[in-house]
Design a protein around this ligand. Sequence first.
Ligand code: SER
Length: 423
Amino acid sequence: MNSEEIRKEFLAFFEKRGHKVIASSSLIPGDDPSVLITTAGMQQFKKYFTREKDPIKDFGTQRTTSIQKCFRTTDIEEVGDERHLTFFEMLGNFSFGPVGSDDPKDFGVSGYFKRSAICWAYEFLNNLGLKIDFVSVFKGEKNIPYDSESFNIWKELGIDEKKIMKFGREDNFWGPTGEEGPCGPTTEIYIDNIEVWNIVFNEYYQEKSGNLKKLEFPGVDTGMGFERLMKVIQKTATVFETDLFEPLRTRILEINPNIQVRDLRIILDHTRASVFLISDGIYPSNLERGYVLRRILRRLMLKLNKYNLTDKIDIMIKAVIEKFGNIYNNLKNYDKIYEVINKEFKSFERTLKRGLKMFEKYIKGNETEEELGEKLFLLFTSFGLPLDISKELLKEKEMKFTEISNHVFSKLFEEHRKISKSS
Ligand code: SER
């Protein structure tokens, strides 16, 4: 099955079970100043969990389902390995407010909880012919009790007790996004040893102080990474061979079939992510989300430049639009997206070219950790070569930028900043 079919299947499955299908919200979070970029499907529903908004009034039901565009900066530097992404989509179903019924056979509109959420996830995966390897439940920690209910539901569904793992707060407690918000214990589903579906029981509200308050009504927030799901359905080696990266992947490989795998993954992720960020109105800058976009565009340019592909960005943007344009209408604005990327590439071109030359000249490969910190600082202040780019170049040379190198860089940077400020 391809991703277009799964999109439809997923939304139809939950729509049939009383959920209202809600379009993805923008990557710029609407009324939530505590986060820069939308990182989860529940983001646009935060106020329904807290009862500041009324789901019945807005949706006619306490149940919603969506496929949400998400972007996470935490793993930016890991992109290039087999599984990390910045931009991804998340399939989710949600329940807000008083639990009217927790019977998975109830296709009505009232709130539900653990039994329905778990049984539906199980049924949906089962319908696709996927076999669950194992699941995990919250084992209990501090004031939050062990989730025996989820354990028992999984057991009733026929999951072997030995395959119901019990994990603590680190693994099986989710949220909040930003500084405060709904959060709670989770139960998670693993297929082919990949965590595919995270089912969160939003029973708490975490305040800015870190204090957990019980929410008036418990909610459900589930999230299934679309790329991971497609990987297990299409049985590809990594997420990058799923159809979610087509036709982009094929188009790039047609131009140059010899791109190294790590570089190809960075190009795939960063192209897709930039196109989506720009289509939602983010522009490259030195501040906040604009800076996030700038970082990925510059890293993208570094990789394209390595293979003389920079002037093929038009083909790549079009490939992303071809795949997603019918799902996300604002992607159709090719001219604007091209203009933003091209302008950023042009303005970085000279710095990059000169920086690359200087990097080759100064970095010998035998530096101590401290020397490396000093040299990267010099490349940054004298030639404008961003640390991100230098770090990526070090990776290409299989050299390490350690904590110590970072410490030296940061110390020099701080001193430099103070001097420039006072002069
Ligand atoms: N909010 C949870 C997550 O992002 C589940 O949707 O994983």
